[in-house]
Design a protein around this ligand. Structure first.
Ligand code: 5GP
Length: 196
């Protein structure tokens, strides 16, 4: 890949990464969102092709067979998510940079695939208890699914050290300032290098 930079944003579910990713997208013109494939059902306000490409498990399997994914994961039992190589190509070929909202293992895998032109960011929730409260307030998951997400989060927090940087998401206003500074520095530093 010769153009574009990759911003990988990962966190346990409920840590607030989607809010921070949206904020970056609204503020930085050259960033474009990598729309992943997912096999779960869309939530009421989600749109196909905008939030995800919602596909069936069979369609997902075909894409694995055809090596269409840069990475993919069974993030939750029977829920598959994957980053399409064509999505990265679509964005970087325009000279834009890509931002990913992706689970923790997916984030580590993408960083390994693109070590030089990527920045991996881990969004740290203040605590597991706070994470559970936020998920409960969101009211998007059944109790069983919510428990799955909280259990998974404990393991994910231990992987935070594998990321380039960690942003604590305690107070949203401060986290927005932190992440904006981090991402802008990365994009600007890279510009200088490529102009050198
Ligand atoms: P949700 O179902 O809440 O939209 O997403 C569940 C988790 O899957 C989130 O942590 C989200 O970031 C992650 N995710 C979304 N797209 C991808 C992807 O393409 N690959 C991986 N590995 N995880 C993804």
């Amino acid at each position: 890949m010769d153009k574009g930079k990759l911003i990988i944003v990962s966190a346990p579910s409920g840590a607030g990464k989607t809010t921070l990713v949206r904020y970056l997208l609204e503020s930085i013109d050259e960033l474009e969102f990598s729309v992943s494939c997912a096999t779960r059902k869309p939530r009421p306000n989600e749109k196909n092709g905008v939030d995800y490409y919602f596909i069936t498990a069979d369609e997902f399997r075909k894409k694995i067979e055809n090596s269409e994914f840069a990475e993919w994961e069974e993030v939750y039992t029977d829920s598959y998510y994957g980053t399409l190589k064509s999505e990265i190509e679509r964005i970087t070929s325009k000279g834009n940079s890509v931002i990913f909202d992706i689970d923790v293992i997916g984030g580590i895998n993408l960083k390994k695939l693109y070590p030089n032109n990527s920045l991996s960011i881990f969004i740290m929730p203040p605590s597991i208890e706070e994470l559970e409260n936020r998920l409960r307030d969101r009211k998007t998951e059944s109790e069983e699914k919510l428990k799955q997400r909280v259990e998974k989060a404990a393991g994910e927090l231990r992987m935070s050290s594998e990321f380039d940087c960690i942003i604590l998401n305690d107070r949203l206003k401060e986290s927005k300032i932190d992440i904006m500074k981090t991402v802008r520095n990365f994009l600007e530093a890279d510009d200088q290098e490529s102009n050198a």
